[in-house]
Design a protein around this ligand. Structure first.
Ligand code: NAD
Length: 541
C-alpha cells in the first residue's frame, strides 16, 4: 500500500562513452570480450522459476569467426511452450496487481545494472553475438536499452496520470489495466535494445509475457535475462523460449488467452503472424493487440543545394554502420547530376579508408553480416549487379566467408530508377544510387515516394527552405522517421520516437507513450456519492 503520489526519477539519455584508443572503457570492454570469447556457456530456456535444458541444443558462434563456438542454447519442444504460457498465466494475478512503483523499481534497477556492472558484459556479448563494433554495441546494448527502461517508466506515470473530469458528487477514474491473458514478444537479431524492450515494455505495464528471441541473438539475450533476474523480476513474468519459430508461434497463437503480439522483424513474417491471428480470431477471449515494427527501404534524397561532405558522411554512416543491418539503414540514394561527380569522388576516397574485420579491433568500422543465409542472399544481389546492364558496382563488391561473413561496403549505381536493389530490402552493406537530372527534382521526390512499399526512415540533404518544405510535405507518408541534413539512422529514445507505416509496421513508436498505450486496457470507474433514490426527473412535474 503506497500512501503517496510518487515521482519517478527524471528520465535522461544515458551518455555514450567514447571508447577512444587507450581509454579505460575500451580496455575494460576488450578484456571482457576476450574473456567471453574464451569461455563457453549454456543458455537454457527460462520458464517460471526453472532453467530448462532440453534434449536438443544449437551452437552459437560470432558472425565474424563462425567456426568458433561460444556455447549452446536449448531448443523448446511444444510441451515447454505450453509450460511457458501456463507459467505466464499463473504469474498474472499477482504481477498485474503489483503496485506500479514496484514494477517501476525493478526496471529502473535493470537500467542501472546495465549502466554499471553489466555494461561491458552486455556490450561484449553484443559484439560477439551480432558482430557489432565497440561503438555500435555501446549505442545499442547499453545506451538504448537503458533509455528504453528509464523512459518507459516515466511514460507509464504520464499514462497513469491521465484522468477524466468528475462532475458534482461524482468521482470518475481511469484505471490502466494490463491485458487479460499474456503477451507474445518476438524479437529480431539486430538490436539487443529491442530484444530487451519488447518483453519489458509490456511487462512494465503489468502484463505477463512469453518471449522468443532471434536464434542469432541468444548469446546477448542471455545477459538481458540475467539482468532482469538480478533486478528482481518475479518468476513467470517474462518466460523465454528458443527454437523453431513456427512451432512456437503456432502454439502461442492458438491459445485462447493470447492477448497481444509485440513483434519486430521482417515484413513477410509479420504479415504471416497477422494472418494466423486472423484465422484464430474466434478462439480468443479478447481481440489481441497487434504491434509490429518491420522492414524498410530507407532513402537519402539529396537536393542540388546539398553540402557534399555532409551528404557523403550521411551515406557512409547511414548505409554501412553495422553493415547496413539497421532497419533504418540507408539503402537507396537519389543524387542530382550537378553534385554527383564531387559526391562520387569523395565517397570513393572515403570508402578506401574504411577498415573491415573483427570488432575485437576497435579500428574496424565494418564487421561481418549476421549469418550465412544473409551473406548468400547479399552475394546474389552483388553478383547480379556486376553482370546487369542496368547497374554498375562502383565500390566494394568483394566478399569472403572463409572466416566470417564479410562483405565489403558496396555501392551500386543504377541506370533504371526501378532497379531491383532500389526496391527490395537487402539488409546488408549495399547502397544503390540513382542519379537524377537537376531539373527533375519533383520527379525524384515522386520516385522516393513510390519506388518501395516501405515507409520507415528517410533523409533529406538540402539547403533550400522551399525545397525542404516541399519534400517534407510530399514525402509525408514515405517515412515514419524523417531526417533533414542528417543520416536516417540512430533514433534516440525520448528524442525521435521510432517506427514507420505502410509495409514498415504499425508505427506504434517503440519507447514512447504511444507504444505503452497498446499494452493497457483502461477501465473507467464512476463512483456516485449521493445516489438517486427515485426514477422521477424534475421535467416529469
Ligand atoms: P526475421 O523476420 O528473420 O526474424 C524476426 C523474428 O521473427 C525472429 O525472432 C525470428 O526467429 C522470428 N521468425 C522468423 N520466422 C518466423 C515465422 N515464420 N513465424 C514466427 N516467427 C518467425 O528478422 P531478423 O533478420 O531477425 O531482423 C531483420 C528484420 O527486422 C529486417 O526486416 C528489419 O528491417 C526488421 N527490423 C525492423 C525494425 C523496426 O523498428 N521497424 C527494427 C529492427 C529490425
Amino acid at each position: 500500500m503506497s500512501n503517496g503520489f510518487f515521482n519517478v526519477p527524471k528520465a535522461t539519455n544515458e551518455p555514450i562513452k567514447s571508447y577512444k584508443p587507450g581509454s579505460h572503457e575500451v580496455t575494460e570492454l576488450i578484456a571482457e570480450y576476450k574473456k567471453q570469447y574464451n569461455q563457453t556457456i549454456e543458455v537454457p530456456l527460462c520458464i517460471g522459476s526453472q532453467s530448462i535444458k532440453t534434449s536438443k541444443k544449437a551452437p552459437m558462434s560470432p558472425p565474424h569467426d563462425h567456426k568458433h563456438i561460444l556455447g549452446h542454447y536449448y531448443l523448446a519442444e511444444k510441451s515447454q511452450v505450453d509450460l511457458a504460457i501456463n507459467e505466464a498465466l499463473s504469474a498474472h494475478p499477482r504481477w498485474s496487481r503489483m503496485d506500479w512503483k514496484d514494477r517501476a523499481a525493478i526496471f529502473l534497477k535493470a537500467a542501472e545494472l546495465i549502466a554499471g556492472p553489466y555494461r561491458a558484459k552486455i556490450n561484449a556479448a553484443t559484439m560477439l553475438a551480432q558482430s557489432k563494433t565497440v561503438h555500435q554495441a555501446e549505442i545499442d546494448a547499453a545506451c538504448e536499452l537503458i533509455d528504453f527502461l528509464r523512459f518507459n517508466v516515466e511514460y507509464m506515470t504520464q499514462i497513469y496520470s491521465q484522468q477524466p473530469n468528475s462532475g458534482d458528487g461524482v468521482w470518475n477514474r481511469l484505471e490502466y489495466r494490463p491485458l487479460e491473458g499474456f503477451v507474445y514478444a518476438i524479437t529480431p537479431f539486430n538490436f539487443t535494445a529491442i530484444a530487451g524492450n519488447l518483453p519489458s515494455s509490456a511487462a512494465l505495464m503489468g502484463n505477463v509475457v512469453v518471449w522468443k528471441p532471434s536464434d542469432s541473438q541468444v548469446y546477448s539475450a542471455k545477459v538481458i535475462i540475467d539482468v532482469f533476474k538480478e533486478a528482481g523480476l518475479p518468476d513467470g513474468v517474462i518466460n523465454v523460449v528458443f527454437g523453431d519459430p513456427v512451432m512456437i508461434t503456432d502454439t502461442i497463437l492458438a491459445h485462447p488467452q493470447f492477448a497481444g503480439i509485440h513483434y519486430t522483424g521482417s515484413t513477410q513474417v509479420f504479415k504471416s503472424l497477422w494472418a494466423k491471428i486472423g484465422a484464430n480470431i474466434h478462439n480468443y477471449k479478447s481481440y489481441p493487440r497487434i504491434v509490429g515494427e518491420t522492414g524498410g527501404k530507407d532513402f537519402i534524397l539529396a537536393h542540388p543545394t546539398a553540402q557534399v561532405q555532409e551528404l557523403v558522411t550521411g551515406i557512409i554512416r547511414g548505409a554501412f554502420e553495422f553493415q547496413g543491418q539497421k532497419c533504418s539503414a540507408a539503402s537507396r540514394a537519389y543524387i542530382p547530376k550537378s553534385i554527383w561527380p564531387k559526391t562520387k569522388d569523395l565517397l570513393l576516397s572515403e570508402l578506401k579508408t574504411i577498415k573491415m574485420g573483427s570488432p575485437e579491433d576497435p579500428s574496424n568500422f565494418v564487421t561481418a553480416v549476421i549469418h550465412e543465409n544473409s551473406f548468400n542472399k547479399l552475394v546474389k544481389y552483388i553478383d547480379a549487379a556486376k553482370k546487369d546492364a542496368d547497374a554498375e558496382v562502383i565500390a566494394g563488391g568483394n566478399y569472403d566467408k572463409s572466416v566470417g561473413y564479410f562483405i565489403e561496403p558496396t555501392v551500386i549505381v543504377a541506370k533504371d530508377a526501378k532497379y531491383v536493389t532500389l526496391c527490395e530490402e537487402l539488409f546488408g552493406p549495399i547502397i544503390t544510387i540513382f542519379v537524377y537530372e537537376d531539373a527533375d527534382w519533383e520527379k525524384a521526390i515522386e520516385l522516393v515516394n513510390t519506388t518501395s512499399g516501405y515507409a520507415l526512415t528517410g533523409a533529406l540533404f538540402c539547403n533550400d527552405r522551399y525545397a525542404t518544405a516541399e519534400a517534407l510535405d510530399k514525402l509525408r507518408d514515405a517515412a515514419g522517421n524523417f531526417y533533414v541534413n542528417d543520416k536516417p539512422t540512430g533514433a534516440v529514445v525520448g528524442q525521435q520516437p521510432f517506427g514507420g507505416a505502410r509495409a514498415s509496421g504499425t508505427n506504434d513508436k517503440a519507447g514512447s507513450v504511444l507504444n505503452l498505450l497498446r499494452w493497457v486496457s483502461p477501465r473507467t470507474v464512476k463512483e456516485v456519492f449521493v445516489t438517486p433514490r427515485s426514477y422521477r426527473y424534475p421535467f416529469l412535474g
